[in-house]
Design a protein around this ligand. Structure first.
Ligand SMILES: [Zn+2]
Ligand SMILES: [Zn+2]
Length: 394
């Protein structure tokens, strides 16, 4: 009887008892079936003979408490360890890629002479813990990691949207050892300190703290003969290039989430997401305020005081005429609708035009005379009376 038999045969079913059956129940069930299928009572009946053999075999395991325990442990192993057969004399054939959750091909398993013993070690470790494995080696589907990167765009490309190639580096299984971390022909063994859980418990007074095992650093496995490429980590840095679609209207400092473009998942798990931090180089004239574009335009003092129609540029469009009303103060902002940054819904923000009233530098005679006349009009004589008044308040 081999371990392979243990994996393939359900002795409880053969005897028609539950997994929790007492030794007594097993004995009774066996006696009844053994009588029923006994060759003396079923001469020439090949089926009965076959059943009799099965019943005997099941009984020889389940009636022996030690062997029953072994059998239960083998049967409770996760399916990842049970799938591939081909083992002889208690050995197993299995894919190390599955064992270590890296999705790589078989590496070194069953090859060199020493490997068999080490595989035995792995299972030995499993059996110590009743066959349940919760550590790093389970064949669980795992979502890939989220990846973050940065991209710098010109103002125009950010406004119009662009597809940019992004070169991403992410962790992958080492190509030499397929993620086991072990030199070719050798196999990692279950960490003796944490028995493969990757965790150890430290007791502080009444409290127990679980922390990553200090021997295997949480991996649950130790490597005696490290792979020369990855120095035993089992990990390598892989590079891939993806085409990332950056939507129109992104602004400096924005973070774009590209679903499923992060690190690939393990064992059929979904990929993580890619976060792209957007940097936008400033434009010489236009700025951004949310969905709006901002623009400062110089106007002369007479234009601001008397009112004017001025021509202002729009981003990537024809200039528009903006009417400045009489008595416009410096710094007032006017809104040109629909000439801002594109929004998600296809509409656009506005263009916010702020007037910047210019003080004439060099004065010709005519300008000087005009300004002298303005001063003589008495306009602005009490301009500062209020601030002088308020300054006295405590
Ligand atoms: Zn450990
Ligand atoms: Zn390696």
């Amino acid at each position: 009887m081999s371990t392979k038999d243990y994996l393939e045969k359900d002795y409880y079913k053969v005897l028609g008892v539950s997994k929790n059956a007492s030794q007594d129940e097993i004995k009774k069930a066996y006696r009844k079936l053994a009588q029923q299928y006994h060759p003396d009572r079923n001469k020439g009946d090949a089926d009965a003979e076959e059943r009799f053999k099965e019943v005997s075999e099941a009984n020889s395991v389940l009636a022996d408490e030690k062997r029953r325990k072994e059998y239960d442990q083998v049967r409770s192993m996760p399916s990842g360890f049970r799938g591939a057969g081909g083992g002889q004399g208690g050995g197993f054939g299995f894919d190390l890629g599955d064992l270590f959750g890296q999705g790589g091909g078989p590496a070194g398993g069953g090859g060199a002479g020493g490997a068999g013993d080490r595989i035995g070690d792995i299972f030995g470790g499993l059996f110590n813990r009743g066959g349940t494995r919760t550590g790093a080696g389970t064949r669980r589907a795992r979502r890939g990691a989220d990846v973050e990167t940065e991209v710098t765009l010109s103002f125009g490309r950010a406004m119009n949207g662009v597809t940019v190639p992004l070169k991403l580096t992410s962790e992958a299984a080492c190509p030499t050892c397929h993620g086991t971390g072990a030199k070719a022909g050798t196999t990692p063994r279950v960490c003796p300190n944490c028995e493969g859980t990757g965790q150890e418990t430290r007791n502080l007074g009444n409290f127990g703290f679980s922390e990553p095992c200090h021997i295997c650093h949480g991996r649950g496995l130790v490597v005696d003969d490290p792979c020369a490429t990855c120095h035993g980590s089992g990990r390598a840095t892989g590079t891939r290039t993806i085409q990332a679609r950056i939507p129109a209207g992104v602004a400096d400092g924005q973070k774009i989430r590209l679903k499923g473009k992060g690190a690939p998942g393990e064992n059929g798990g979904p990929s993580g997401d890619l976060y792209v931090n957007i940097k936008v180089t400033p434009h010489p004239v236009f700025g951004r305020s949310g969905d709006n574009l901002t623009l400062a335009v110089p106007v002369t003092f007479p234009e601001a005081a008397l009112g004017a129609e001025i021509k202002v540029p729009t981003f990537q469009g024809q200039p528009v005429t903006l009417r400045i009303p009489e008595g416009t103060p410096n710094g007032r902002t006017f809104r040109v609708r629909g000439r801002g940054a594109p929004r998600r819904d296809g509409t656009k923000g506005d263009l916010l035009v702020t007037v910047d009233v210019q003080v004439p530098g060099k004065l010709d005679d005519q300008t000087r005379a005009a300004l002298e006349a303005l001063r003589g009009s008495g306009e602005g004589d009490d301009l500062r009376s209020e601030v002088l008044q308020q300054a006295r308040e405590e």
